[in-house]
Design a protein around this ligand. Structure first.
Ligand SMILES: [Fe+2]
Length: 216
């Protein structure tokens, strides 16, 4: 049976939200470990919870690291993608035969142990400096749809008429039409346009900046 994972303050990465998530992930790994001998259904229930919570954790971690301009964010993202791939592959292989529960527990416990104790410890200094205001926060992303001309071009690209286009951000056709004709577009409207119609990257960067404008 894999060694039980026990969190202590020395594992802190300098952010309470992430520390709490790491504690919960360790607990879930331990629950998997002690489920040896339990039914497959119970094992899979914990496994599903761990998979879902891992996704929540990765999204939180990546958003915070993006917000504080962590230079090795790409490495973290690759690690997270590799984890998801490994879990999917292991489960796919198991669907053709018998799932080796002990082996899977070992793999997951060891991965999370390394993630928390090694790879995440690398960003601790950066996160702490950011939280205490010692580093420069991420730049506010440029707003892409700031003029009537740009919004009109965007709408044409979507192929939508004014009513469905503007209703997606809660505005009427007549209000949207005025913006397209050159009326000054207020910031909140520009934000909504970018969140809804920007690329995934533009939208994610703006959302992160709005949620974490300077400090966690
Ligand atoms: Fe983490």
């Amino acid at each position: 049976m894999p060694k039980k994972l026990v969190w202590n303050s020395g594992y802190s990465v300098g952010n309470e939200t992430l520390d709490n998530q790491h504690k919960k992930l360790m607990d879930l790994c331990n629950k998997l470990a002690i489920s040896d001998g339990q039914s497959d259904a119970q094992f899979h229930e914990i496994l599903d919870e761990l998979s879902a919570y891992a996704r929540v954790h990765f999204a939180t971690e990546e958003a915070l690291l993006l917000a504080c301009g962590y230079p090795l964010l790409g490495t973290q993202q690759e690690d997270h993608a590799e984890y998801e791939k490994q879990v999917v592959e292991t489960l796919a292989a198991a669907s053709n035969g018998t799932l080796d529960k002990v082996e899977l527990q070992r793999l997951l416990s060891s991965w999370w142990n390394d993630h928390i104790l090694i790879s995440d410890r690398d960003y601790r200094g950066h996160v702490m400096a950011f939280s205490s205001g010692e580093t420069t926060p991420a730049e506010k992303p440029a707003l892409k749809f700031s003029t009537g001309e740009k919004v009109l071009a965007l709408r044409k690209k979507t192929g939508l008429t004014q009513t469905p286009f503007w209703s997606r951000i809660g505005l009427t056709q007549s209000a949207g039409s005025r913006y397209e004709s050159g009326r000054n577009i207020p910031r909140p409207v520009q934000h909504l346009l970018q969140l809804v119609y920007g690329t995934d990257k533009q939208s994610a960067e703006l959302l992160t900046w709005l949620r974490y404008p300077g400090k966690f």
